[in-house]
Design a protein around this ligand. Structure first.
Ligand SMILES: Cc1cc2nc3c(=O)[nH]c(=O)nc-3n(C[C@H](O)[C@H](O)[C@H](O)COP(=O)(O)O)c2cc1C
Length: 334
């Protein structure tokens, strides 16, 4: 197995990439995952039409910093002309890759014919891709799909063929159908079928949460790269752990104290990158704080307290209290 894959001219380590996650994987999140070993990151999805009408959030969503590279900007849209125009606009932000979202299940997106609705219209999906590829010039265009619209219309392989013929440089497959949203189990056999059908790189995605499931994704699908979404919540270390595990080098899990330090580092980054005041930016930080505490004694009670945080000083005090709770429990158990 080669150590890297190439999407166009972009070289990416074959470890694990961070999935695009609107409302979660913002720049602070991507920088944390990159610092702890993510091989590749993707922006939150951005509306192609919104960009064409100079949505004020464009710059915030599309800025690519060198620390994040290699990075893709992800666009969603169902009109080839708007897609082409949006690609030209986002090229100014110099993404390494442009990714098109054909997997989003949310009614607001699907209702416009975009996201996973494109899986029901292969001709239009191909036209949207072709328009993006033409506009992107040397920048590779990739597409992220699901296994199909519904359990009785699984068509990822046919769609992948059409997208490859339209010039897509790689395909990411999330092994769930649209009607599953995020429940049930992701199906690796569909990813395997797509990998067998196309000659461009295939990125496997769905339910990878640790080294074991990452290895299974590589082994069961033959994919070129694994992509992780929810498994990285409060756990950017996962990327380093996978990198070490796949290369057979030693890895030491972070202690609770180290995790709390990283949580505070993440919160500082959120505050630094936000244009909002501390109190409002802390709203953004709350869910992340709760995720870093997951899996420990008393984390359910602390989750509620995380959701009340309104300053960095409070987060620091809460982290200390959480550490002390774990220590006192260890003493009581001895
Ligand atoms: C909160 C959230 C936001 C998401 N936003 C996007 C998005 O903007 N674009 C996209 O292609 N997929 C999006 N996804 C889907 C993920 O990229 C991924 O395909 C899915 O979560 C399955 O991977 P996982 O099991 O590793 O989480 C989102 C998922 C979640 C949970």
């Amino acid at each position: 197995m080669s150590d890297t894959l190439k999407i166009g001219n972009v070289e990416i380590a074959r470890t694990a990439a961070l999935a695009p996650m609107a409302g979660v994987a913002d720049r602070a999140y991507r920088l944390m995952c990159k610092k702890y070993g993510a091989a590749y990151v993707v922006s939150e999805m951005v509306s192609a039409k919104g960009i064409c009408y100079s949505d004020r959030k464009t710059a915030e969503l599309c800025t690519v910093t060198d620390e994040e590279r290699p990075m893709a900007i992800q666009l969603f849209g169902s009109e080839p002309e708007f897609m082409a125009e949006a690609v030209k606009i986002v090229l100014e932000y110099r993404p390494d890759i442009i990714d098109i979202n054909m997997g989003c299940p949310v009614p607001k997106v699907v209702g416009t014919g975009a996201g996973s609705a494109l899986m029901k219209d292969i001709k239009l999906a191909a036209a949207v891709t072709e328009a993006a590829v033409k506009a992107a010039g040397d920048t590779p265009v990739t597409v992220k799909i699901r296994s199909g619209w519904s359990r009785d219309s699984i068509n990822a392989t046919y769609l992948a063929w059409a997208l490859e013929a339209s010039g897509a440089a790689a395909i990411t497959v999330h092994g769930r159908t649209r009607d599953m949203f995020y429940s049930g189990q992701s199906d690796n056999s569909v990813i395997n079928a797509v990998k067998s059908a196309v000659s461009i790189p295939v990125i496997g995605n769905g339910d990878v949460t640790d080294l074991k499931t990452c290895r299974e994704m590589y082994e069961q699908t033959g994919c070129d790269l694994v992509m992780i979404g929810r498994g990285s919540y409060g756990n950017p270390f996962l990327f380093r752990e996978i990198e070490a595990g796949l290369s057979g080098t030693a890895y030491k899990s972070p202690s609770l104290e180290e995790k709390m330090q990283v949580m505070l580092e993440h919160i500082r980054l959120i505050l630094e990158l936000s244009e909002k005041c501390e109190e409002l930016a802390m709203h953004e930080a709350r869910k992340h704080a709760a995720w870093y505490m997951n899996g420990y004694y008393g984390s359910a009670k602390f989750r509620g307290r995380c959701y009340q945080l309104s300053s960095y000083a409070e987060a620091e005090a809460l982290a200390q209290e959480f550490i002390e709770l774990q220590r006192s429990r260890e003493i009581n158990l001895v």
